[in-house]
Design a protein around this ligand. Structure first.
Ligand code: SAM
Length: 312
């Protein structure tokens, strides 16, 4: 299977942020920064979509906070394919920033995000030493780093992380939220393996599609194909066990993968958000959530208790 066009891959960050903003406006969770990344009015989204984004955003958020607490914030977070994500700002507003937070995406997405940050005071006033950017290809402001790389080129990714001051001796969490499936399994496995080899204490949170070889999964693939987006990594997204094995086989000490239906049903404020909107189709929600998963892998040489991330 060939890759999506890069333009179609980059457009997916807009879809993600638009859906997140819609859900935030409806009250599914709080994020006072997202409206600066995605200005303007947004068309109605089905409640199934908003609940899906709620499960995705909140389960990752709880895991990130658990990691930061375990490491007393003396750690790094690297968000690969970060798009227009606002997690850095949300963590800052809770005084929970790590010593280094690095975001990586394609150049066009990075330029767009830097323009957005530069234009919006509530975004750049949170960054230390921010000054208007002449170079729109990267941003290095205190603990925040935004750099461009095509992550299918591991050498380029490594170089950009180096320019951001990455420290291999510090516990580091890598986050890929709907990202790896856009590259071939060879390319994404190379990243997963590289992290395991470089860091002695690390965690990896991967959120993406699963069960892509059943009928519903095939429909998801053809819907994206209609938008010029072929999921080059779909063949690695077959079962929960296969997803865990991707990590274990390349040196991670432990990995646990759960579908989003199970994850959603364990979230603390699920009952509350279910009052926001009535579902159009309850069965569709379950089917959709069973086709996304959260996988957490850990590698630990010190005693930070990273195994606690495996219980979600
Ligand atoms: C579906 S969006 C998700 C954005 C963000 N993680 C979120 O959940 O809001 C996927 C992102 O991954 C980025 N991406 C995919 N493949 C990439 C690659 N090879 N190199 C750099 N970025 C990539 C896209 O540009 C896009 O911003």
């Amino acid at each position: 299977m060939s890759d999506c066009t890069d333009a179609a891959i980059q457009a997916t960050c807009n879809d993600a942020s638009v859906c997140k903003k819609y859900a935030v406006d409806k009250g599914y969770w709080m994020d006072r920064f997202i409206s600066y990344m995605v200005p303007g009015r947004i068309q109605r989204k089905q409640p199934e979509i908003s609940r899906g984004y709620y499960a995705r955003t909140n389960s990752i958020w709880l895991l990130l906070k658990r990691f930061l607490t375990r490491c007393s914030c003396t750690c790094q977070i690297v968000s690969l394919g970060a798009g227009l994500d606002t997690t850095y700002w949300r963590l800052g507003s809770e005084n929970m920033l790590p010593i280094r937070y690095i975001e990586v995406d394609f150049l066009d997405v990075v330029v767009r995000k830097i323009r957005c940050i530069s234009a919006k005071v509530p975004l750049h006033s949170c960054l230390s030493d921010f000054s208007t950017q002449d170079d729109e290809s990267c941003l290095h402001c205190g603990s925040y780093h935004l750099v461009s790389a095509d992550m299918r080129n591991l050498g380029e990714l490594e170089e950009k992380l180096k320019q951001s001051g990455i420290d291999y001796s510090v516990p580091t969490l890598f986050l890929t939220e709907c990202v790896l499936i856009y590259m071939s399994p060879e390319k994404s496995n190379a990243i997963i393996q590289w992290v395991a080899e470089k860091f002695s204490d690390a965690a990896f949170i991967n959120y993406e599609q699963i069960h892509m070889n059943d009928t519903f999964g095939q429909v998801m693939i053809s819907n994206l194909k209609a938008r010029q987006c072929l999921l080059a990594g779909a063949e690695a997204c077959t079962s929960l066990k296969a997803m865990e094995d991707r990590f274990i086989n390349v040196g991670w000490h432990n990995a646990q993968c759960q579908d989003m239906w199970s994850t959603y049903n364990g979230l603390p404020d699920k009952r509350k958000i279910e009052q926001i909107e009535m579902l159009d189709e309850a069965e569709l929600l379950q089917q959709l959530m069973e086709h996304y998963c959260l996988c957490v892998a850990i590698k630990e040489s010190s005693d930070f208790g990273l195994e606690s991330l495996l219980r979600f």
